[in-house]
Design a binder for this molecule. Sequence first.
Ligand SMILES: [Zn+2]
Ligand SMILES: [Zn+2]
Ligand SMILES: [Zn+2]
Length: 256
Amino acid sequence: MKLTFLGTGTSSGVPVIGCLCAVCRSHDPHNKRRRASIYIQATGQHIIIDTPPDFRDQVLTFGMRRVDAVLITHAHADHVFGFDDIRRFNEVQDTVIPVYGSPATMAAMNHFFPYVHQVAQPGLSCPRVDFQAVAAPFAIGPVRIEPLPVEHAGIETYGYRLEADGRTLGYVPDCHRLSAAVAQRLRGLDCLILDGLRRKPHPTHFTLDQSVAELKRLSARRSFITHMTHDLDYETTAQALPAGIEIPYDGLIVEV
Ligand SMILES: [Zn+2]
Ligand SMILES: [Zn+2]
Ligand SMILES: [Zn+2]
């Protein structure tokens, strides 16, 4: 499995509009964070998790050539409002692209993007997608996908556990609590990526310290923090993290 971090930032991205803090003014490219998304290539499948407002820039910057399926974690703006640009992959690949998420997430997608169900007019470009509400494990080719309900802001939110080629990966970008059942499914993975917003407490996200504690408990072979604010300078945060827990940056590629 090959994982690419397309975005590692919170809903505002980093730098934050109008902010003059040291991280927002930093020249370190590791401190430029697009909204959270990852791209996974495994057994010939190309899977994107979330299509943030930065989706087009992410595709162009990191050179993604194909999307076979989209997984949506939840219907917050920072995870779905770049979705319309999926249509270029329809045109390039000449395929309909399946999009998976919880029932409430798919209802929201239908609400935000009702035009995807209209018959395309000749000469007009529109996503050709198949919205599929899922609540149980399913497969994309040989990749096994398990949706995992997590607590976040009172809206139906999934993390995902992916398994392919004998490798396992977990992705939970937005979450403030993991149930025992979900934690069990995220334990001992090859790679786990978990929400770790900032240092100050937040009602709907794990803080950095909470995230580190969860990641230690779940003991993946490699652990990463994501969905970070301008609170977290890359260099100083990276140096302070315990062994085995890493802070990623946009464009980082990991062989899982
Ligand atoms: Zn988010
Ligand atoms: Zn700032
Ligand atoms: Zn959210």
